[in-house]
Design a protein around this ligand. Structure first.
Ligand code: FAD
Ligand code: MG
Length: 359
């Protein structure tokens, strides 16, 4: 009888032990999942940060893949790498150049978005950007004549593409220089998100300097809260918050790359109509969309357009979620789509709706 009961007790103790081990393991997994696995590096000319939430082994593997991906992306798109597709295209302007599928598709997309924005976003602006060298130690104000000459080679409609069984080719006219700086980080974020999702990542935040992207829900199980940077203020000081899941929040602003000369600020977002930094009465534009390349190109374009032209564009292309901040920083122009996910946190800023089609 005693022996029989003893056996029962042992079985009971074993079951309890198993339960404890199971609970411990589950708690450990929960703890692992709540701690981010972070990759921080200097890529795409900026500090990039990828933070994944998930189990240790899988997350570390996904981060290693993310690192490899960003390196490869640079090898295709960086104008600072002589062998990149973009550098070869620029160096061989006037000739057909064989390029990777990634480059072919991004240049085609850039040309389409240039059409859509009537050239406010212009991937063929490289010749003008290079004259200014904004953000480099040689930044300068070019002569008007130099700018006028460079502007003659910025017609994006002259970018040609040809795809056949033997490969993909692009040709730009002699004198033209491509610059995908206003769209490539967005495309990088889109491709990276896809890779991470394929690797099983369910929750992540990717920051590619101005391009914020999130996968799934935050570790707290709700939408991610992403702050919009207050222009000309210390990093991390926000004027509003976007709360959403699986989204890309892209911001363009003059304060990111600029220099001052004789009391005037010259920045890196060029108005293709003048060849000078866009003076459009805005201090920042944010576009929120699932498609980061689209958001990237559009926020540069809307910045160039300024409030009135941007309002007309947004009315015509309804559904774009955008937040534009006036140069004075006193008014935020917000589209109806953005109002659903954006909250102004600075009570000194007035909110005005634009692009709703009511005008
Ligand atoms: P956005 O507003 O998105 O774009 C502005 C940039 O696009 C300008 O800097 C200019 O290059 C171009 N531009 C200006 N006006 C227009 C216009 N009207 N239409 C279209 N384009 C316009 N920077 C470095 O300093 N060193 C590097 O080594 C370096 N490597 C890079 C590698 C890659 C693959 C990429 C994509 C970028 C790299 N950059 C580098 C550039 C940099 O990190 C940013 O991409 C760039 O400064 C613009 O990003 P943004 O989000 O600040 O501005
Ligand atoms: Mg952009």
């Amino acid at each position: 009888m005693l022996a029989k009961n003893g056996g029962k007790y042992i079985l009971f103790a074993l079951a309890a032990l198993l339960l404890c081990l199971f609970a411990l393991h589950a708690a450990q997994r929960r703890e692992e999942a709540a701690k981010p696995h972070v990759l921080e590096s200097f890529r795409l000319g900026t500090v990039t940060r990828v933070a994944l939430y998930g189990e240790n082994a899988a997350a570390e593997k996904a981060l290693a893949e993310a690192d490899k991906f960003l390196r490869e992306f640079e090898r295709i798109f960086s104008v600072n790498i002589a062998s990149s597709d973009i550098s070869r295209l620029n160096a061989k302007a006037g000739e057909w150049v064989a390029v990777s599928g990634e480059c072919f598709r991004l240049v085609e997309r850039a040309r389409e978005l240039a059409e859509l924005t009537e050239g406010a976003f212009n991937p063929a602006i490289g010749g003008v950007v290079r004259l200014w060298r904004t953000g480099t130690p040689d930044q300068r104000i070019p002569e008007r004549g130099e700018i006028e000459k460079a502007l003659q080679s910025c017609d994006y409609r002259k970018i040609e593409s040809r795809a056949s069984e033997d490969g993909r080719y692009l040709r730009i006219p002699r004198g033209m220089e491509l610059d995908l700086g206003a769209i490539a980080k967005g495309r990088a974020a889109d491709m990276l998100k896809e890779k991470l999702r394929e690797a099983g990542v369910k929750s992540a935040i990717i920051d590619l300097g101005g391009n914020l992207d999130v996968i799934g829900l935050s570790p707290e199980g709700r939408g991610w809260r992403l702050g919009l940077q207050r222009p000309w203020s210390p990093r991390g000081e926000y004027f509003g918050i976007v709360e959403a899941e699986d989204i890309s929040v892209v911001t363009s602003g003059p304060y990111e790359r600029c220099f001052e000369k004789d009391g005037k600020i010259y920045h890196h977002i060029i108005d293709p109509a003048s060849g000078f930094p866009a003076e459009s009465g805005l201090s920042s534009v944010t576009v929120i969309d699932g498609d980061s390349a689209l958001a990237d190109a559009l926020c540069t374009a809307l910045f160039v357009m300024g409030r009135d032209r941007a309002a007309k564009f947004l009315e015509k292309n309804g559904g774009v979620a955008a937040v534009l901040l006036s140069a004075s920083g006193k008014t935020a122009f917000v589209t109806p789509a953005a109002r659903k996910i954006f909250r102004l946190t600075d009570e000194n800023i007035a909110l005005e709706e634009i692009g709703g089609g009511s005008r």
